[in-house]
Design a protein around this ligand. Structure first.
Ligand SMILES: Nc1nc2c(c(=O)[nH]1)N(C=O)[C@@H](CNc1ccc(C(=O)N[C@@H](CCC(=O)O)C(=O)O)cc1)CN2
Ligand SMILES: Nc1nc2c(ncn2[C@@H]2O[C@H](COP(=O)(O)OP(=O)(O)OP(=O)(O)O)[C@@H](O)[C@H]2O)c(=O)[nH]1
Ligand SMILES: [Mg+2]
Length: 464
């Protein structure tokens, strides 16, 4: 967004994805006072169709000067305030691909619209009071969701699941503030403050803030997910593991050591958490130029990963090579994956387990037979949930910005309690209470600076 948040004029953008795999329909969205006039210049609806709000017209988009046919299309009209932005909105539903929508967008701009900034439609919905800031952020989360659970949590946010409790907590603080300020202003005329009652209320607000704050870890996991690197010597079955896990033949598998040369990625979902899995080249000393680069890339992938699957071959066990690889990855959480478990007997397995270093997390797989994947996912979930706050049964998940504001609110509220306990004058109580009110207002957007709004909305995609 621009420096100032003044979002004025009629804006236009392509609202649908512009990707190589074309969608069958493409939408150009226009919002602002000129939206309907622009549509009337470009869109021709044959017969007796009425230009009324919440109607869809069928017709043709033509160049306003040359009358050249641009597309056969549908036009959706939503008159203010019954629209997403609460302004007049029109949508041209064109044929997919990029040609029609680009031409229509161009014509809208020639007719006086300007290209929308990223997030500007949603910014208008926010500024015009249709949604609050938590809902605006939920829209961005929903669009970017990489797992069904992430989408569900975002949708809960869009429905006001975060807005409502935060508003209530802030209102409680405002009520307490009013009560205290009344005592400061008209001390003589009012019964004395019920200190205990105020302490109890603030303690209750603090507890609720903490409860919501506890959803932050889950929010982080759902939004950004984690990166898992499969590493190990050549030929232990890393690519087979990726394929079994992703139920695909994404990576090339052969019986030759040194098959994988480049990092192969696959996007999966484990227990609702988006997981990016990286299959890497087997790590070994090699004089092959290409393989050498691959090995270097493996090391970098391992460094970038949140979790390492150190994979070994059950028939071969733990060798000097494994010790060396382990040295390189041990700064991250490691799960030992003993693959090709189908090739050894139960006896050999017992011997193997006593001979190799002990890992807190280890799983046995037979990747070539698609076995052990569930066990692997369970281990991964255990590792990533270890040490993280388990959110209560709230189906919301705050983001980092919201968590920072909640932390600040909590600190202020605790300070109020200290101030009361120390019997300081009422003015002091209000200072920190105001701090908490400010922090909660930053979450909903009731009190938020332009630079914060800039940061939030600039992360949106164009057309949103
Ligand atoms: N084609 C299309 N699909 C879309 C959207 C859109 O803008 N266009 N959306 C957008 O991103 C989402 C739907 N969200 C919307 C939210 C509110 C209104 C709206 O007109 N709200 C009015 C109520 C209308 C009425 O009561 O009749 C309002 O709240 O005042 C429209 C879409 C998802 N799908
Ligand atoms: N019996 C058995 N064979 C397996 C298993 N997993 C992999 N293999 C075989 O082991 C060989 C090597 O598998 P890959 O998945 O290519 O091994 P890799 O670790 O990716 O090897 P590089 O890419 O060379 O580092 C192939 O012939 C696989 O079929 C398993 O669980 N059991
Ligand atoms: Mg491989």
């Amino acid at each position: 967004m621009s420096q100032t948040l003044a979002t004025s004029g009629t804006i236009a953008a392509i609202a649908t994805a512009i990707v190589p795999q074309q969608g069958s329909v493409g939408i150009v969205r226009v919002s602002g006072t000129e939206a309907i006039a622009i549509a009337q210049q470009l869109f021709h609806a044959p017969g007796k169709q009425k230009w009324e709000t919440h109607r869809i017209l069928y017709g043709y988009i033509r160049h306003p000067q040359t009358q050249e046919l641009i597309d056969e299309a549908l036009l959706l009209i939503m008159q203010a305030p019954r629209s997403f932005t609460r302004e007049d909105v029109v949508e041209f539903h064109c044929h997919g691909g990029i040609m029609a929508v680009q031409k229509v967008l161009q014509l809208c701009i020639e007719q006086g619209a300007r290209l929308a900034q990223p997030g500007e439609f949603t910014l208008r919905a926010f500024l015009n009071g249709r949604i609050d800031l938590t809902q605006a952020e939920s829209i961005a989360d929903l669009v970017g969701a990489k797992s069904p659970q992430a989408a569900q949590t975002a949708l809960a946010g869009l429905q006001g699941k975060l807005r409502e409790p935060i508003r209530q907590l802030r209102n409680t603080c405002l009520d307490i503030l009013a009560e205290i300020e009344a005592r400061i202003d008209f001390e003589e005329d009012l019964p004395p403050l019920n200190e205990e009652n105020i302490q109890a209320q603030i303690a209750e607000v603090t507890a609720k803030v903490q409860q919501i704050l506890a959803t932050a870890d889950r929010g982080e996991l759902l939004r950004t997910g984690i990166k898992v690197a499969i590493v190990g010597r050549p030929n232990v079955g890393k690519s087979s593991l990726l394929n079994a896990w992703s139920r695909s033949d994404r990576a090339i598998v052969t019986e030759l050591p040194g098959t994988t040369r480049d990092v192969v990625e696959s996007q999966l979902v484990v227990g609702g958490i988006p997981v990016q899995v990286l299959d890497t080249a087997g790590i070994r000393e090699t004089s092959d130029v290409v393989e050498k680069i691959g090995v270097e890339r493996s090391r970098r992938a391992a460094e970038a990963a949140d979790l390492i699957l150190l994979t070994i071959d059950a028939e071969i066990g733990w060798t000097e090579a494994e010790t060396e690889i382990y040295q390189q990855v041990k700064s991250r959480p490691v799960i030992l994956v003993i693959n090709k478990i189908d090739l050894i007997t139960e006896n050999q397995k017992q011997n193997l387990l006593t001979a190799i270093p002990q890992f807190q997390f280890q799983v046995h797989t037979a990747a070539a037979l698609n076995q052990g994947i569930e066990e692997l996912e369970t281990a991964i979930l255990t590792v990533i949930h270890a040490g993280k706050a388990q959110a209560a049964d709230l189906d919301l998940a705050v983001n980092q910005r919201q968590a920072a504001a909640l932390t600040s609110a909590k600190t202020s509220l605790k300070q109020v309690l200290t101030t009361i306990a120390e019997q300081l004058p009422l003015d002091f109580w209000t200072i920190d209470l105001r701090g908490a009110i400010q922090a909660l207002g930053e979450i909903t957007g009731e009190e938020v600076t332009e630079s914060v709004l800039d940061r939030i909305f600039s992360r949106f995609c164009i057309g949103k």
